[in-house]
Design a protein around this ligand. Structure first.
Ligand code: SF4
Length: 172
């Protein structure tokens, strides 16, 4: 198996890890989490790493002309919002990057816990088992990304960061 394929499998496992974290968080704290479809405050993403760009590119190609045309219409937006955001929703929600899967939740970042202030408004503490380390996630993703870039066939995905607006055009 090529390193890029091993990396894609590891990336899928990392996503599953984040989804399990999210499920455990909601099982305990759902009434305290305000995140909902239509709240797009966090959607200001501009770029992703190569393996996430590759996965999103593949998902976009498979998404059909209607979604492609909506995304293309967003390419030159100048309001600072993510090019995949339309009417408060992510056009590629099922394939969103790791960082988007943690938006709003309790994250450990450089030794400090942070979360969206619309969440947990009536709580003074959050159990440590329900806090995810963004630094550890980023480190795991960086390792997977290096492995991916070593052997990916498409040269466009052998660069550390990809701008989403470049990713969506041209779609080939
Ligand atoms: S990829 Fe989707 S979830 Fe992430 S910032 Fe863009 S619109 Fe929001």
């Amino acid at each position: 198996m090529k390193n890029s394929e091993i990396a894609l499998e590891r990336y899928r496992r990392l996503i599953a890890h984040v989804e399990a974290y999210e499920a455990a968080l909601y099982a305990k704290y759902a009434p305290h989490i305000a995140c909902t479809a239509g709240c797009d405050s966090c959607c200001i993403l501009e770029s992703v790493c190569a393996i996430e760009g590759f996965r999103m590119h593949e998902a976009l190609r498979a998404s059909g002309p209607a979604i492609l045309s909506l995304v293309a219409g967003n390419r030159d937006r100048a309001d600072g919002r993510c090019v995949l955001l339309l009417d408060g929703r992510c056009l590629l929600y099922a394939h969103r990057p790791i960082i988007c899967r943690t938006h709003g939740y309790p994250l450990l970042i450089e030794g400090r816990v942070d979360f969206c202030r619309r969440n947990f408004t009536e709580l003074s503490t959050i159990d440590s088992e329900n806090i995810i380390s963004l630094d550890a996630l980023n480190e795991a993703l960086a390792r997977i990304n290096i492995l991916f870039m070593e052997e990916v066939d498409d040269a466009r995905f052998r660069t550390d960061r990809l701008f989403l607006r470049e990713l969506i055009a041209p779609m080939s």
